[in-house]
Design a binder for this molecule. Sequence first.
Ligand SMILES: O=C(O)c1ccccc1NCC(=O)[C@H](O)[C@H](O)COP(=O)(O)O
Length: 241
Amino acid sequence: MSTLELLPAVDVRDGQAVRLVHGESGSETSYGSPLEAALAWQRSGAEWLHLVDLDAAFGTGDNRELIAEVAGAMDIKVELSGGIRDDASLAAALATGCTRVNLGTAALETPEWVAKVIAEHGDKIAVGLDVRGTTLRGRGWTRDGGDLYETLERLNSEGCARYVVTDIAKDGTLQGPNLELLRNVCAATDRPVVASGGVSSLDDLRAISELVPLGVEGAIVGKALYAKAFTLEEALEAVAR
Ligand SMILES: O=C(O)c1ccccc1NCC(=O)[C@H](O)[C@H](O)COP(=O)(O)O
């Protein structure tokens, strides 16, 4: 059986690595330099970095140069998220050399454009399914954007390669992942799923690992690493098979 991939997160707001609670603007705790944080995860053995431009996601500006600097400094794979909604922002994101980008709002508001870029870029495009209950949220998770399963069916038919699934109610709370949501999404798609939000312990990671046979490929870990609930080395060992 494959090993669960771990993606330590670096979310950037106003030039700083931060953690949010429920993804809410204003709930930030700052953890200093995004580059230092990313390099630390790389030194600890990460194979992936989940890098988010929160200002671009919220529409409060962007950290484009800093994001490019961080992505460019990585020898590991980078998944880039936040505010990628049109040709210009997609071109800037791909120009960082990242392995793939994660589209959120665009999949809800400009589905024709998303279908086009999926057709053009294949598995360089993932779609973030950020939900409260089964309602998708866009614009930095501030606006409702339709039903999870209807959107998933549409994206499946358009050839979307991968989904990043976040239960917003869990994100940044250290309350554990929503395993039921992950199981339900895996049942509704044959594409790989990356779990995001709520990981609090090594047992949570082991529980997500049990879903690998259903289609869960990876898990994003943010708050738990910054809060030192465990080290990345311990996490990698916990999911190793
Ligand atoms: O990814 C986005 O585009 C985004 C937009 C608005 C608010 C938050 C956003 N992402 C947050 C993350 O990807 C978190 O880093 C991730 O879910 C980790 O959560 P946790 O382990 O609970 O800290």
